[in-house]
Structure formats: C-alpha cells, structure tokens
Design a protein around this ligand. Structure first.
Ligand code: WT7
Length: 644
C-alpha cells in the first residue's frame, strides 16, 4: 500500500449538466452533503428514524431505531417494526402507478425486449408466491435460485420475500460442486432454475448443472424449472416441476406475509480469506432502507428515469442495484441477459440509446475491455439521456475512468466510483453526483451513516486527520450491514468485528488523502478480485488439491490490465507423479469444475517446491512478488526454509 495520490491529482468539479440541468440533484453542494453526513453519523437515531418512516411502508411501526453495537455484534435496526419487502418494492407502486414499466428485459439477442409493468409484476410475483406456498415453503425457509438473467429471476426473489422465505441466489456461473455446497449449507428444499440459459449467443446447460448438484443435496424436494430455450432436458419425475404448469394453477393475488424488520431477507454466499464461502445474511428493513437511499442519492434517481445496472443478479450488485434499490424507488430497471460484446462491442451503447437510459452502472473490467476494443464502437450512438454513470467492484484505474467520463459520459455526466461489499449491503463510499467533485480513482466520501476509519494495521489505532494510509474500517453500525453469517455467528465476529475491536473491518487497504478523499487500495487479506468476481486463494487451492496429481498448491493474485487481478497457481506434484503435457490444462479444468469458469487460473506452474517458512507455512508474499515482476522487492527471505 502506497499513498500515491498526490497534489497533482486532477479534480473534476460537479458537471454543469447536473448543476444547471433538470432535474435538480437531491444534494447540490458539498456543504449540504457535509451537513447531512454529519447529522447522520452524530445522531443516526433521528436521521435514520425519520428516513425509515418516510422511505419504507410499515404494517406495524417501529419504536426503537437502533440497538446493539459493533463491539457485541448484536446490531439491530427498527426492532419492533413489521413490513414486507415485496409490498414495499411492488404493491405500493402497482397501486399508485399500475402502468409504469418496472422491468425492461433486454434479451440476449438485440431487439428481444420485454417490458413488465408494476401491475403485471405484482400479478406474476403473487402467482409464484402461491406456487411456493403450495410446495410447502413457509416463512423462514430458504429457497435456492440458480437462474439466467430473465425477469422471472427477479420475480422469484420477490416471491420469496412476499411469503417471508429467504432467497439464496447462486450466480449461474458457479459449477455444480459450488451450487451443491451452497444448497447444503442453507438447507434449501426448493430450487429454482431454467432449462437452459442464453448468453452471448450460446446456450448454457443450467438444469443439467442443477441435476448434477442435487446428486449430493438430499434436502431438496422440488425443482421448479422455467422454460427459457425449450431444449430437451433430463427430468426427475416427482421432483421436477415446470414453472408454467404450476403458475397456471395459482391465483394472481397472494397476501404479503409481514415479517419483523430484523427477519432475514436473503443469504448470499461470498468468499473470505479462509475456508468455505460464507452465507452472508441480510435482514429486511435496514437492508431495504440502505438500498433505497443509496440508489436515490448516489445515482440521483428521479421519477421517469430509466436505470440500468449491468451486474448479474447472482451478485450483491444485482440484488441491491438491479432489484431492491430501483424497485424500492418505483423505478424502471433493466435486466440485461447478454454480454457487453454480443453481438458487437456496441451492445451497451445500443441499450442506452434504445431505452433512453439515464443512469448506467457497470464494472471497471467491462470499461477496460471496451476501451481496448476502440472508440469506433461508440460512434453514432446517442447517449445524451445519461446523467450518472457508475463503476463498482474493484478500483478503477484513472485511464479507464477518463475514457468512461469522456466517451460514455461525454464530459457532462457525473462519474460515481462506488465502493462497497456484499457485507455492507449497499454503497458505503461514493461521490454524490451534484455535490462532490471527483478525483479519478478515488471513491471520494462516505455515504450517510457511514463513519469510515483508517487504522494502523498493526496497532489498530485510528489514524486521525488527512494524508494517512492503513486498513479501512467503519466505526459505527449502519442500517444495511450484514447481521451474521448463516449458522456461523462466530465466523461473522471473527472475520469482521474482532480484528479491530469496536470496528467493522472491511479487509481493504485505504488512503485518506490530504483533501479527505478516500482511495481504496485493494484487499489486504487472501481475497482476490478477478473482473470484480471475489475469490479466495484458499478456495482455489482446495480445488487444485482435489486433483490426484497435486501435492500442494499456492495461489496468488497477479496484476492484470484487463481483469484487474488474475489467478496464478503454483502446484507441486505427489511423489512418483511426472509433470506431463496437458497436466496444466487438466488442473485448470479442475478449478472450473469445482468453482466455476470465472475462477479459471491465468497461469498454472508445476514446480518442484514452494517457498516455505521453517515451520512449513507457504510464503505467498514471495510468489506474489514473482508474478508481479517485483523480484527485486522480495523483502526478508531469511525465514525461508530454502531461500534459493
Ligand atoms: C470487494 C467486495 C460491492 C459490489 C461488488 C463487489 C472491492 C468493490 C470497489 C471500488 C475499489 C472495490 C473491494 C471490496 N471493491 N468496489 N469502487 N473500488 N474496490 O462485492 O464481491 O463483496 O467484493 O470488492 O476490495 O472489499 P464483493
């Protein structure tokens, strides 16, 4: 971690389009932001009490705004309150504006567009909720969702919320092994899937992957299968049910089940630095409030805007900024099934022009890839409806930021580099479009209610003032923070709350520069971020060790111009096993099989030995330096067993 932000960082003022254009931004000066932020952290009870009453519709009002502490790990918000997440996202808008478009589905093939109004959405969600009930899913039960990017996936999540069931969406790029582990951890009895997915012109064997996973998942009674491509798929009679058959039997209204503010809304599995993925649990009211407020203020969302988040709903960005944030605000949200380059690298720009998108949200890896393919793909596209363009998932390098700002934002949009995590539930550090001048590469300032702290990693002492670098923590609870790790509260405490007592530890390094801007420096633990996909080195190592030829494996993150980081894996072989041509390919396939294609190592090195300490611990630090061509900075190697 180096403090390479300097006096020379260019500062981009709030664009004229936002200051003088229409609609007027909700927060339109730095002073106003500062005042609101100070209120929010000094008196969170009054700040979020008011916003909680205004933003959410309650079936029973809360009395206590917040309780618990980061020290004890017992944080709860809006305790006595009762509400229903689906009612908040769908019913109230369906009642007020039944014909407003809730979802625009941009299918894999351009021109394959489906629009769903709020009243249609309500009916479809109700039918599905009734199907779930008929399959004996009850409040508090977990439903696993392994589906492509189609509106039915969003409906499924909302239908769970409607009956108080807990959804656990598994990104459809995960392998059957990963899916099985996640289903078994959460004990789902119902799994939702599709016959096949469709992406970039190719069919994906979604149902087959589910079938494979279920060989090792005894808890599952039923699989509800959406017909997406119509291809023939294997069928388990009694277990498998067609979505369209079941829907036909049910009535298009289902009363919402009101739940407590602190009842779980969903689980989402994410990688940590050790062991198996954690089922991060988010609860209902606090999460929804965080999603609603950040969407409104950070994207400056106004009525009649068309909001497009390109993330897959299988990741937290899809949960918060494709589904819950937009629908809480009664927005029109885009569900995008394809890829940025299908059928051509103009796909995003075509989508923005066609649907008159006002807010666009994607990841640096996509921006870098499109930048590399050349500006000609943007030529002739009308992007003038855009006001705010966002970036998420990994640090955005200044070159990519400038390109995004100039070519996509045409120097008139606000660029919001939004920093957050699966565990934070919603964005925690980001510019506000009308209020905060930006510096390319910096996520700038904390959102309301977020009190960031830069800590000295060794002493844990808070580094006060500006121009400091350390690890990033948050020093007081906020409404959308994760409450626990499913069935493993100790792991939650150990990972987030115990490393620095009284703080939530993010796992990221950060600098607060001389002007108070926050720069995220990347993970300080064994988590690596490939194209915004979060993986743990330990997970990939365990996958490799499952291969019969492998004795030991060490995985480190290398720098990559396109994907941010990439995976380098070092393996030693078991005695009597010879390195053979094709072995590296086999090991690579092994990782794809155990985790999923997005975890494919960029390089696999079969080596005679791994650098270890005398006590036998693999020194990944050394390997990291080697893959990043920093051999000259190997540091202290004297503790190595065999320095050579
Ligand atoms: C990790 C969280 C939250 C949405 C997607 C990722 C990195 C995320 C940024 C950003 C620098 C970022 C951090 C964080 N990260 N956004 N704007 N600038 N780094 O969620 O899978 O939970 O990963 O992504 O390292 O800890 P996630």
């Amino acid at each position: 971690m180096t403090a390479d932000s300097s006096a020379s960082d260019p500062v981009f003022p709030v664009p004229e389009r936002l200051l003088n254009g229409k609609p007027t931004p909700f927060v339109s000066s730095f002073e106003e932001y500062k005042k609101l932020w100070e209120e929010s952290v000094q008196d969170p009870t009054s700040f979020f009490g008011k916003l909680g009453r205004e933003t959410l519709t309650w079936s029973k009002p809360f009395e206590t705004v917040m309780s618990g502490s980061l020290l004890e790990g017992d944080v709860a918000w809006f305790l006595e309150g009762e509400l229903n997440a689906c009612y908040n996202c769908v019913d109230r808008h369906a009642l007020a504006q039944p014909n407003k478009v809730a979802i625009i589905h941009e299918g894999d093939e351009p021109g394959n567009v489906r629009k769903i109004t709020y009243s249609e959405l309500l009916r479809e969600v109700c039918r599905l909720a009734n199907v779930f009930t008929s399959l004996d899913v009850r409040k508090g039960d977990t439903v696993a969702i392994y589906m492509p990017m189609v509106p039915e996936t969003v409906m499924a999540m909302l239908a769970c919320a409607r009956i108080g069931a807990v959804h656990s969406v598994v990104f459809a790029g995960f392998s059957s092994d990963s899916l099985r582990d996640r289903i078994n951890d959460c004990g789902a009895r119902l799994v939702l899937t599709a016959d096949e997915g469709r992406r970039g012109g190719k069919n994906i064997a979604t149902k087959r992957i589910v079938d494979e996973a279920l060989k090792g998942s005894p808890s599952v009674d039923h699989v509800l299968v959406l017909r997406r491509t119509g291809s023939e798929v294997p069928w388990a009679d009694g277990r498998d049910l067609w979505w369209h058959d079941e829907i036909e039997k049910t009535r298009p209204y289902c009363p919402p089940t009101n739940v407590n503010a602190e009842d779980p809304l969903f689980l989402l599995y994410t990688s940590g630095s050790t062991g198996t993925p954690k089922g991060v649990m988010h609860t209902t009211a606090g999460y929804l409030l965080g999603a609603a407020l950040t969407l409104k203020y950070i994207f400056d969302y106004h009525e009649n805007d068309v909001y497009a988040c390109m993330a897959d709903v299988g990741w937290i960005t899809g949960h918060t900024y494709l589904l819950y944030g937009p629908l809480m605000n009664g927005a029109t949200t885009v569900v995008f099934e394809s890829t940025p380059t299908y059928p051509t690298p103009s796909r995003f720009w075509d989508l923005i022009q066609t649907h008159k998108v006002t807010q666009f949200y994607t990841a640096p890896t996509a921006i870098r890839a499109l930048r590399r393919l050349g500006d000609k793909w943007l030529e002739g596209y009308d992007l003038s409806t855009l006001r705010v363009i966002g970036s998420v998932g990994e640090p955005i390098n200044p070159e990519a930021w400038h390109w995004y700002n100039e070519k996509v934002g045409r120097n008139v949009c606000a660029v919001v580099d939004t920093y957050w995590q699966t565990e934070t539930g919603s964005i925690v550090v980001s510019p506000l479009p009308g209020a905060i001048s930006t510096k390319p590469g910096s996520a700038t300032f904390p959102f309301f209610g977020i009190k960031p702290a830069v800590l000295d990693p060794q002493s844990g002492k808070e580094l006060e003032g500006n121009d400091v670098t350390g690890v990033l923590a948050i020093s007081q609870p906020w409404p959308s923070m994760a409450r626990t790790v499913y069935k493993n509260h100790n792991r939650y405490l150990d990972t987030y709350l115990k490393p620095y007592k009284g703080y939530y530890f993010t796992g990221d390094g950060a600098t607060r520069d001389k002007d108070g801007y926050i720069w995220i420096r990347g993970r300080v633990d064994d988590v690596i971020n490939v194209s915004g996909h979060r993986l743990s080195t330990a997970e990939i190592e365990s996958a490799l060790i499952l291969h019969p030829a492998v004795a030991e494996a060490a995985v480190v993150g290398g720098n990559d111009e396109l994907t941010g980081q990439c995976i380098h894996a070092y393996c030693t072989l078991k005695p009597n096993v010879e390195d053979s041509e094709g072995l590296e390919k086999e090991l690579s396939l092994q990782v794809r099989k155990v985790i999923g294609p997005f975890a494919t190592p960029k390089r696999i090195y079969v080596v005679p030995d791994l650098p270890k300490t005398r006590s036998g611990k693999i020194m990944r630090r050394i390997l990291r330096k080697i893959v990043n061509n920093e051999q000259d900075q190997l540091g202290d190697t004297s503790t190595l067993a065999e320095p050579a």
